[in-house]
Design a protein around this ligand. Structure first.
Ligand SMILES: Nc1nc2c(ncn2[C@@H]2O[C@H](COP(=O)(O)OP(=O)(O)OP(=O)(O)O)[C@@H](O)[C@H]2O)c(=O)[nH]1
Length: 352
């Protein structure tokens, strides 16, 4: 129960599909029963069909975590269902069109919703024109219906579009570091948890590098915060081009970053750390000259939890700093495997 609540809180679209699903089932079921007693079999059957499909789509969304396809499916099924019901009930069925317009904007993206709504209105308009007197009493009524439906769609579109934009911005603010564009600490925590679960379930090997710029304070103190910011942005560009697309870079805070690397062993970690060190030495430069980085790394396979995994990489980073900076340590010096990975000619990173 706690888990379900957490999913509802974290996944906006899942909560919308669930809410719309519950409202639809609760709202349509009494009508299905009423039409059954009225012996209006077709409409009752369509109502029951809508309810059943809603339940299936909501269950599918919960099972798979995919809310896009169930949303599109529901928009399609409800649009067709509404057309059939309207042609059977006449003017009484037309009121449902307004509900459907809102429904579509809830379950699919704004543009798809506009397409679904316009298609439905076109079909109803053509039906009304080809069968005068059945759906609309006269042309004026039809025009009024179309104008009000289009206005309702326009308002819903603007509202849905703006809402989606705001949600995207909020989500970016909550997950991305605004200066460098990499994931922030919060995103890192989530990704580390996913990595840990994948490792436990499917034995996927993960490695983690903590990268910390050397003597970065000097850049800020001597050349200002803006110059420091530029170095951070350049640093991220260089690290990104040194690793694979599947590798994930996060900013832990200040001049400290974490690189999460899937499908990697110790040898791969050493090679990657060496490449990054070399690229940074070659390409990263502040106003006062080259800037270097120190790296600590650890493999998830050697750890029973995320905390110890991070802690060990951090310890090795500390060791790399202590040993003179501009180097990487992937394994403890006391362990069986190779200790120091790389060392530069100079331990002075900033030449002012
Ligand atoms: N320009 C800029 N500086 C930052 C930002 N965040 C943190 N800093 C600075 O980063 C510097 C970090 O300094 P320290 O933690 O002493 O580390 P360091 O000078 O790199 O020294 P070592 O890590 O020991 O090599 C501080 O001067 C912070 O003000 C940022 O977003 N932009």
């Amino acid at each position: 129960m706690h888990n379900a609540w957490k999913r509802l809180n974290n996944d906006f679209q899942l909560s919308i599909i669930t809410m719309v699903g519950i409202c639809s089932v609760g709202g349509i079921t009494p009508y299905a029963v009423y039409r059954l007693f009225e012996s209006n079999w077709l409409v009752s059957l369509i109502d029951a069909f809508l309810v059943l499909n809603t339940v299936i789509a909501v269950l599918y969304a919960w099972r798979t975590g995919d809310t896009r396809r169930p949303g599109q499916y529901l928009a399609l099924v409800y649009s067709i269902g509404t057309i059939v019901i309207v042609t059977k009930l006449g003017i009484n069925g037309l009121f449902w069109v307004y509900v459907l317009i809102l429904f579509n904007f809830f379950v699919v993206p704004p543009l798809q919703s506009v397409i679904a709504t316009l298609s439905m209105l076109t079909v109803l308009c053509l039906y009304g024109l080809l069968n005068p007197g059945t759906l609309f009493a006269d042309d004026f009524q039809m025009t009024s219906f179309m104008v009000t439906s289009l206005l309702a769609s326009l308002f819903a579109f603007v509202f849905a579009y703006r809402g989606r934009e705001q949600r995207q911005k909020l989500s970016e603010l909550a997950t991305i570091d605004p200066l460098t564009g990499v994931g922030n600490r919060r995103t890192m925590d989530t990704e580390l948890e996913i990595a840990f679960n994948e490792h436990t379930r499917y034995q996927v090997g993960f490695g983690l590098l903590i990268l910390d710029l050397d003597h970065f304070k000097l850049v800020n103190d001597r050349y200002g915060h803006r110059a420091g910011d530029e170095v951070l942005v350049d640093f991220v560009d260089i690290v990104r081009s040194a690793c694979r697309q599947s590798d994930r870079l996060f900013r832990l805070g200040g001049e400290e970053f974490v690189l999460l690397v899937p499908q990697i062993d110790e040898r791969g970690m050493v090679r990657l750390a060496n490449n990054i060190l070399a690229d940074i030495r070659r390409l990263l430069s502040g106003p006062g000259g080259p800037v270097t980085v120190s790296i600590g790394g650890a493999l998830l396979a050697d750890h029973s939890g995320i905390e110890t995994w991070l802690h060990e990489a951090d310890e090795r980073l500390y060791q790399a700093k202590k040993n003179g900076r501009d180097q990487a340590i992937i394994r403890s010096e006391g362990s069986n495997s190779s200790g120091l990975v790389s060392n530069s000619a100079s331990d002075v990173a900033i030449q002012g």
